[in-house]
Design a protein around this ligand. Structure first.
Ligand SMILES: Cc1ncc(COP(=O)(O)O)c(C=O)c1O
Length: 359
């Protein structure tokens, strides 16, 4: 078996022990004689999968009892619509901080529904920073403040959640479980699974119970966090296998020492790569240090004509999916929880060798 280092932004690399456990249990899950994919989402065996996943996530993030945890089908993009539909009205829209492609998309979807207010944008500066909170236009009546804690494409990350009067709604798709957060500071946290949680197809939504509202009858029940919460996220058939994998990843994080330990490792991994980039005249990351992401590290070669060659040769050397997002070009190393330090070391080794050969 050959496992390579996969730097994909998502679907992303998974911890090997999780894949091995899923493989071992594939044909006969927990003595049922069936795989998890084949058992009813209403069976006792799946109840156990659901309960264990939720309990482990609650332990990892110290989620208080006054929060519901939902495991919903669809990606984080689905939540770009569900957030305003569940929380906002035309009279009291959601306020949005736009500092990257994902927050821009979230705003655009809510805005199309007539439920959004643009509080601030850093688009003019090419999404390389987070607008200063003193300049945010958030003094009106807004149902919530929405932000994206880590902008996966540009590699810009908040160090701390903003402190505002409105309930805070965070898209944490690309940095959930990478560092401790105080869930009690949030109204809603949501995150697509395919980076730090597991496999694509499921999105975790952590919502403070007093924010679970009835929706107008014309809105499908499936969009209602309140109804999904009452139905244990099983109003219809959920993404059962993705839910199961999420539970295995949560247990793996716990075995590693929890989210605090993940944060230490992530700091070490990202420091190592940024230090290397900063001492180099050949490579560059142009995000100011205070905004740099610990999860997604975009970089370029000063001679941009070398990008295609770099990406192809890295791929051939077992360093997969380093191509930057098409909107920014260059390269991007996504180094989520499951990326070991050995992956960073291998990348730096390749970068050094590539520079020596072509620079
Ligand atoms: C921060 C962030 N939000 C939302 C999304 C969209 O997720 P999905 O494709 O699961 O809808 C992504 C995808 O990469 C993301 O990185």
């Amino acid at each position: 078996m050959t496992r390579i280092f996969n730097f994909c932004a998502g679907p992303a690399t998974l911890p090997l022990p999780v894949l091995e456990k899923a493989r071992d249990e594939l044909l006969d899950f927990s003595g049922t004689g069936m795989s998890v994919m084949e058992i009813s989402h209403r069976s006792a065996a799946f109840d156990e999968v659901a309960d264990r996943s939720e309990a482990c996530l609650r332990r990892l993030m110290s989620i208080p009892d006054n929060y519901s945890v939902l495991f919903l089908a669809g990606g984080a993009t689905t939540q770009f619509a569900q957030v305003p539909v569940n929380l906002a009205t035309a009279d009291k829209p959601g306020a949005y901080i736009v500092n990257g492609s994902w927050s821009k998309k979230a705003f655009a979807i809510a805005n199309r529904l007539g439920l959004a207010h643009l509080a601030s944008s850093s688009e003019d500066s090419g999404f390389k920073s987070i607008p200063d909170q003193a300049d945010w236009d958030i003094n009106g009546q807004y149902a919530y403040l929405h932000y994206v804690s880590n902008e996966t494409i540009s590699g810009v990350q908040y160090r701390q959640p903003p402190s505002v009067a409105q309930p805070l709604v965070a898209d944490m798709s690309s940095d959930i479980l990478s560092r401790p957060v105080d869930v009690g500071k949030f109204g809603v946290i949501y995150a697509g699974a395919q980076k730090n949680i597991g496999q694509a197809g499921i999105t975790v939504v952590i919502v403070r119970k007093d924010l679970l509202n009835d929706l107008p009858p014309a809105i499908p029940d499936l969009q209602s966090w309140k109804i999904q919460s009452e139905k244990g996220s099983r109003l219809n058939t959920p993404a059962t296998f993705a839910w199961y994998i999420a539970g295995l990843v949560f247990e793996w994080i716990e075995e590693q020492g929890g989210v605090g330990r993940m944060a230490e490792l992530n700091q070490h991994k990202s420091d190592t790569l940024y230090r290397y980039l900063d001492q180099s005249a050949f490579y560059l990351n142009d995000i100011p240090a205070e905004f740099r992401s610990h999860m997604n590290i975009p970089f370029k070669i000063t001679d941009e004509s070398l990008h295609t060659k770099f990406i192809a040769e890295a791929e051939a050397a077992g360093l997969s999916s380093l191509k930057g997002h098409r909107s920014v070009g260059g390269m991007r190393a996504s180094i989520y929880n499951a990326m070991p330090i050995e992956g960073i070391e291998a990348l730096i080794g390749f970068m050094t060798e590539f520079e020596n050969r072509t620079g």
